[in-house]
Design a binder for this molecule. Structure first.
Ligand SMILES: [Zn+2]
Ligand SMILES: [Zn+2]
Length: 415
């Protein structure tokens, strides 16, 4: 190996990187999903089948995030009629040396659900595939804790903002206590219309939320009265970044997969929405560090070649596909925007508990370009700027009619 002075240096064997790790090219893009369910809670397949699906489909990392549960310890699942088809597929895919079954007192077959530690032995490969421990803390609000060590019980609170803060604090407290980097994301705010932009805006340490969740009942787009998640994102960014303690909010896209047998738009299938993170290594630490720096994007089908923010210029480059055209938008809010808001009132004149109405100066389209590369140079009065790439290709996997594939680039902050 050549040192910086050109001398030959011998690297001791213990300091040499395993094959493939010592790359010259710097950071890489890694594709992953941080929201998935299995038989450990209400998903409809065995964890191995789920992990195998993601590994076979080009993903580099995956978090199994079952409801209020870690995939740990001894757990035997009875095979009822409901699980029979999945069980048969499982038997056909894995050997009986791997699969563990027994009969319970009723003579029913039970299968041992493999814990994460055993899944890791089967699937993980350095620089190729990584499993990160996760949990969906689920009660009145749902939040994913990623790379946690111990189970976190859903917290309560007298109001929704306080409840959210208590859930976030529980993750941050464990992170502080253990020294292990963790990530907490607020999930599908419009599921059962649970969360508003105002609920989330003041929550300290909540730096991630699902701008797109592919599950069929989460109302990403809102409805006639209620704001969609992307509108919430802009409202929260403008509110936070113009306030006394500015904190960023990054958007995450996830599958929230539950259904692995029938692939159709109405099902919560894998492979619909993901994130791509640019980090040095495929490790939880490296990925979380990059995500905290906003070095990732969300996608429902669009692949990006590069994102750069240099000399106050945000540049987005698409990796184009034949026959597909792209529109790149830069959205943001400027200092001095109108911050006033109005409650939403329905046709009967009743106030609806939902995100308020705000000025179109929030989330305004600052520039837009057709093509595969576009740049925006900040003028200096922007609170934030984020980019969105819209594809001309319809998203056939989505349950929403007339949805087109897209990518969301994380906001950069002015100043
Ligand atoms: Zn959920
Ligand atoms: Zn979920």
């Amino acid at each position: 190996m050549l040192s910086s002075t050109g001398l030959i240096v011998n690297t001791p064997a213990w300091a040499q990187s395993p094959a493939g790790v010592d790359r010259a090219g710097g950071p890489q893009w890694w594709k992953g999903n941080l929201h998935t369910h299995t038989f450990w809670s209400d998903g409809d397949d065995f964890p191995e089948m789920v992990v195998q699906w993601y590994k076979d489909h080009g993903y580099h990392f995956l978090s199994l995030t079952d409801h209020n549960r870690l995939s740990q310890g001894q757990r035997w699942m009875p095979v009822t009629d409901k699980q029979q088809a999945a069980f048969e597929k499982y038997l056909a895919r894995f050997t009986d040396r791997w699969i563990e079954t027994r009969k319970n007192e009723k003579g029913q077959t039970e299968v041992r659900l493999k814990p994460l530690s055993e899944l890791r032995c089967l699937f993980e490969q350095p620089e190729q595939f990584l499993l990160i421990q996760g949990e969906e803390i689920s009660e009145k609000a749902h939040l994913n804790a990623i790379n946690l060590l111990d189970l976190i019980e859903p917290q309560d609170g007298p109001t929704m903002p306080e409840l959210l803060q208590n859930d976030v604090n529980a993750v941050l407290k464990q992170q502080e206590k253990t020294g292990q980097p963790m990530l907490v994301q607020i999930n599908h705010p419009n599921f059962q219309w649970a969360l508003t932009a105002e609920d989330m805006a003041g929550v300290k340490g909540a730096r991630f939320f699902e701008v797109y969740n592919a599950h069929g009942s989460v109302n990403n787009d809102g409805d006639k009265l209620r704001a969609g998640t992307e509108r919430m994102w802009d409202i929260i960014l403008a509110t936070r970044l113009s306030g006394p303690s500015p904190e960023i909010l990054y958007g995450v896209a996830t599958d929230d997969a539950h259904n692995y047998h029938k692939f159709e738009p109405s099902a919560a299938n894998p492979g619909q929405a993901w994130i791509v993170v640019r980090s040095e290594q495929l490790t939880p630490e490296s990925l979380i560090r990059a995500m905290n720096a906003g070095d990732f994007y969300c996608s429902t089908g669009v692949t990006l070649k590069d994102i750069a923010f240099r000399d106050r210029t945000l540049t987005v480059q698409v990796a184009p596909e034949p026959g597909v055209t792209y529109k790149i938008q830069f959205l943001g809010a400027r200092r001095g925007y109108d911050p006033t808001s109005r409650e939403v009132v329905n046709a009967e004149g009743k106030t609806v508990r939902t995100t308020h109405n705000y000025s179109p100066e929030i989330g305004a389209v600052l520039a837009e370009d057709q093509g595969t590369t576009a740049s925006y140079t900040l003028q200096g009065d922007e609170l934030y700027v984020r980019a969105k790439v819209l594809s001309s290709r319809r998203n056939e996997k989505s349950h929403v009619a007339d949805e087109y594939e897209a990518a969301w680039v994380q906001p950069v902050v002015g100043r």
